[in-house]
Write a protein that binds this ligand. Structure first.
Ligand code: ADP
Length: 588
């Protein structure tokens, strides 16, 4: 995400590690078991290299029957133990690492549920998804691969160095002298790998966002014939992604290979010194030493390569943590209420969206009595939705006061406040689940069947549901039933009825519905409006005619208020709007 992109800041590493450690801590036992298993595994490997020396020097001695008798079964036992240690080490570490990832993902998800509307205004859902999917996965490399490699390869390097030292400490010294060169190489690649890690995240976020836009908006893309445009955009992004990945590989493999070349030079020096008899050594020791020196290449390679992975992981962690650091919705009120009467008052309310300089609501004064049905009308962009968003406290920094039952909404807890509302949105959001779950959203089903059926009946959708072979259990969405716009809206209305909240906000679909759907929805609205305060962002003449009062909003101001007839009689703004927007619609 662009605003989470961090500059490379190595000083921050410690805080990232310590923050990651909070997630790792519950799994320390698994990690310790894995450590021990990996230490055993590496000790066995180092021991195998060391055993070359006695086998070469003594095993080929025909008088020595010890090796013939015991070595073959010992080798089997050793390999069994090595296999067991490997499985234990890897599996326990994977368990720990995947648990860490699971926890982080859950924490991110829980945080997303609490972030304010302004966060969602700023970040596309594709980019947010990319954090949950891609960046969190980057961290998994740090925890799983890193810990396995660090322990297995780290222990193996120590074990092999020990073998080499015990054979010839003088020759081993050459390795130790080469260490600073190796470290410098690693440090250089560290910085570059991290930088590329951040760039990769950005590109990946854009790839996801574009793919998401095209899948969600496929109708738009096709209708406007923009397939080529979208494909070109995606092509450029994936090309960039490939470039970043290749850059990443170049850094990774050149650093690994340069380290190996340095080790190769040391091996060459050892061979020269031994074969030219500058250092005296028996054949067994020599082969064992060279075998150890060659064997050390692989763990060194793993550690060098790991360093790069780790940098990517830290980049991922930083993005994830910076998302977790985004402030959640303010929930400072402490008043709990069961059900309000439904009186709503706006007192001199003005509002501008965060980071936008334009004021979108100007000094709104409005009182709505309990049980009234109010239609908000006006040109698009006038501020109708914003007025509703404030009522639900999706945005907090307005001036003036908004009261429900004469209590400032800031005094209520958010949960308590939102409990008072049902909401039917313009673009109905149905979940990839059964009809029953969509109506009783979040509630237990078995205890609520009667209530669901009642809601479906009131929303005039029950006959349709009942006629389906699987009835309420029919799946909606991706793998299930395809519904018309009118049916979708009626399911959303049933959901609102099911919630049975004292205030209903109904954002009417602008899309035209067939006459039958239109009639059903009007009837349902009439039913649902009976015992509650109903606020409708109205696009339909029939709704407006039903309303107790019409509020006409333009450019953030209430320009006219009254009944349909009274407003028409005034021959003002509403009359013009009415001619423009509603006259072509059939009234009931
Ligand atoms: P309406 O519902 O009457 O169509 P809105 O309340 O959606 O109007 O919009 C009112 C004004 O606020 C418009 O100028 C719109 O561009 C602006 N606006 C709406 N939502 C946002 C947002 N999330 N961030 C910034 N500006 C917004």
């Amino acid at each position: 995400m662009s605003d989470t992109t961090q500059k490379v800041n190595l000083k921050n590493d410690f805080s990232i590690y310590s923050r990651l450690f909070i997630y790792v801590r519950p799994y320390l036992l698994a990690i310790i078991i894995s450590f021990i298993a990996n230490a055993i595994y590496s000790a066995i490997d180092a021991g195998l290299v060391y055993s070359i020396k006695p086998i070469l020097n003594k095993g080929f001695d025909s008088h020595n029957t010890f090796y013939v008798k015991y070595l073959p079964p010992l080798v089997i036992v050793v390999f069994l133990a090595r296999g067991l240690a490997n499985v234990t080490g890897n599996c326990t570490m994977t368990y720990a690492a995947r648990s860490v990832i699971m926890r982080i993902r859950q924490t991110v998800f829980a945080h997303l549920l609490k972030l304010p509307a302004s966060f969602y205004d700023k970040n596309t859902s594709g980019k947010i998804l990319s954090v949950i999917l891609f960046n969190v996965e980057q961290i998994s490399n740090a925890t799983a691969n890193a810990l396995i490699v660090i322990t297995q390869s780290g222990f193996l390097v120590i074990g092999l160095l020990y073998v080499m030292l015990s054979i010839s400490w003088k020759l081993t010294l050459f390795f130790i002298i080469a260490a600073p060169i190796i470290l410098t190489l690693i440090r250089y690649s560290t910085k570059r790998a991290r930088r590329i890690g951040y760039r990769l995240q950005d590109v990946m976020g854009n790839v996801t966002a574009t793919a998401e836009e095209v899948t969600k908006g496929y109708r738009l893309v096709r209708t406007f014939g923009n397939e080529d445009y979208e494909f070109k955009k995606f092509k450029a992004l994936t090309k960039l992604h490939r470039r970043r990945e290749v850059q990443n590989a170049i850094i990774k493999y050149t650093s690994v290979s340069s380290v190996q070349v340095v080790i190769g030079v040391v091996i060459a020096i050892i061979i020269y010194l031994t074969l030219s008899h500058h250092v005296n050594m028996d054949a067994g020791s020599f082969i064992s030493l060279i075998a150890a020196a060659i064997a050390i290449l692989k763990p060194f390679k793993n550690i060098t390569r790991l360093n790069n992975t780790l940098q990517q992981a830290l980049a991922g962690a930083q993005s994830v943590f910076s998302l977790l650091d985004k402030e959640t919705e303010k929930d400072t009120g402490n008043r709990q209420i069961e059900n309000v009467q439904g009186k709503i008052t706006y007192q001199n309310v003005s509002f501008a969206y965060p980071e936008a300089d334009k004021t979108v609501l100007h000094h709104i004064d409005l009182t709505i009595e309990p049980g009234q049905m109010i239609a908000f009308v006006g040109h698009s962009g006038g501020g109708k939705s914003t007025l509703m968003s404030l009522l639900l406290r999706f945005y907090d920094d307005y001036t003036g006061n908004i009261l429900i039952d004469d209590t400032d909404i800031r005094e209520f807890t958010l949960a308590s406040l939102r409990h008072q509302f049902s909401f039917v949105s313009q673009n109905v959001q149905l979940f990839n689940d059964t009809i029953a779950h969509n109506i009783a959203y979040g509630d237990a089903l078995d205890t609520n069947k009667e209530k669901i059926i009642h809601a479906a009946k009131m929303a005039y959708i029950w006959d349709f549901i009942n006629a389906l072979p699987q009835g309420l259990e029919t799946a909606v969405g991706e793998n299930g039933l395809k519904l018309s716009g009118g049916q979708r809206q009626r399911i959303a209305i049933a959901r609102a009825i099911f919630k049975d909240a004292p205030i209903l906000i109904f954002d009417e679909a602008t899309a035209s519905l067939d006459t039958e759907s239109e009639r059903y929805i009007q009837n349902a609205l009439q039913e649902i409006a009976k015992n509650r305060t109903t606020l409708v962002i109205a696009h339909r003449l029939s709704t407006i005619q039903q309303a107790d009062k019409i509020i006409v909003i333009d450019h953030g101001n209430i320009v006219e208020t009254g009944s349909h007839e009274a407003l028409l009689a005034r021959d003002g703004y509403y009359t013009k709007l009415h001619k423009l927007q509603f006259e072509s619609q059939p009234s009931q």
